[in-house]
Write a protein that binds this ligand. Structure first.
Ligand code: CA
Ligand code: CA
Length: 352
């Protein structure tokens, strides 16, 4: 049924002539049984008149209820249609924000400095812009400065560099580093518990029971299902991790203090804060950051430096849309490519 036909029904039901039409129909209906039943007893006409009146009242009451129900269904449908239309408009606007983000990232790449930092244009918050019926605001954050959970297992085997880095990150965040084993078991293809990890047997005891995913993380919120992760731990972890569809390097320019602490044993919080530079680190290449760490007296394992970089390929674009009294938030996972960029994932409401 179309929206216009629903509206037509609603107004027909609300028409004042509707009641008199119903009354006329009721009179007809109640007249028929009276004529049929009338010969049975002497006092039936009087009784029948009472029944007829009762029936008339009942039918009017039911008709009124039906009319109200039809009207309320139709108004709910209209409300839902309007609500859906708002959501559709908001989604269109959020896709406009994706286009904006991709253009911004492409321009940044074209500018030619080859590095990505929080001082870049893409990192600036887009203040609320007026659009027909509301406002739109946006924010881009890079994800390559976070730990990619899917780097824990490569080609079916645990990656020792990634495992050690994640364990150090967990320690820096005051979380039991055993969670590195648990996360690796969650995504490795087997049901064999390694180290202090957990597989199906652990999760089948839950209520309701579930199994280990045994495939790459699709979203970081999967971490909530892992052994040992409660709301507090997840809240600490979420801003530090990413679940990217491919193996990526680690951008030191956008790393957090805990991220710097994860690079090597012996990087104190104090040193990490210096390297982090109030979130404004601007290393031109990896040699710069390696020199800064070694000059502070920390030995670096060359193998653990292999995936460090100073640029990013994955970003999360946030769009805040306000239309009338409704507010929407959308997140889009954007991959920067040589041709520009593409959207790899979308979500509404919460990203974490
Ligand atoms: Ca597994
Ligand atoms: Ca396993």
């Amino acid at each position: 049924m179309t929206r216009s036909s629903r509206v037509a029904i609603a107004f027909r039901c609300a028409d004042p002539q509707f009641a008199s039409a119903l009354n006329a129909e009721n009179n007809l209906r109640t007249t028929v049984p009276r004529k049929t039943i009338q010969p049975r007893t002497q006092n039936l006409p009087h009784k029948q008149r009472g029944v007829a009146l009762l029936m008339a009242l009942l039918v009017v009451a039911i008709a009124t209820l039906i009319a109200v129900r039809i009207f309320s269904i139709s108004t709910t449908s209209i409300a839902r249609t309007e609500s859906q239309a708002r959501l559709d408009d908001a989604m269109h606007l959020s896709k406009g924000m994706e286009d904006w983000a991709i253009v911004l990232l492409w321009r940044d790449a074209e500018s030619g400095d080859g590095i990505d930092t929080r001082n870049d244009t893409w990192a600036a918050t887009l203040p609320p812009l007026p659009v027909p019926g509301g406002l739109v605001a946006g924010k881009l954050e890079d994800l390559d400065g976070r730990f990619n959970l899917n780097s824990l297992v490569r080609n079916g085997a645990r990656d020792p560099v990634a495992m050690a880095r994640f364990a150090r990150l967990l320690t820096a965040l005051k979380i039991d580093p055993a969670l590195a084993d648990v996360a690796a078991d969650w995504i490795d293809g087997d049901a064999q518990v390694q180290g202090q990890g957990a597989e199906d047997l652990e999760y089948l005891r839950a209520d309701p029971p579930y199994r280990a995913a045994n495939r790459a993380f699709v979203h970081i919120s999967e971490m909530r299902k892992l052994k040992g992760v409660d709301d507090k731990i997840y809240a600490r972890l979420a801003p530090e991790i990413a679940a990217l569809p491919i193996a990526t390097g680690f951008n030191v320019n956008t790393a957090s203090v805990a991220g710097f602490m994860s690079l090597a044993d012996g990087i104190s919080e104090e040193l990490a804060k210096r390297l982090w530079a109030q979130g404004r680190a601007q290393y031109r290449n990896i040699t710069d950051v390696v020199d800064a760490i070694t000059q502070a007296g920390v030995a670096l394992d060359p193998a653990s430096m292999q995936d460090l970089k100073v640029s990013s390929n994955f970003f999360i674009a946030r769009a805040d849309v306000k239309l009338g009294d409704r507010e929407f938030r959308f997140y889009s996972l954007i991959e920067r490519t040589p041709a520009g960029g593409r959207v790899r994932q979308r979500s509404q409401g919460a990203f974490f």
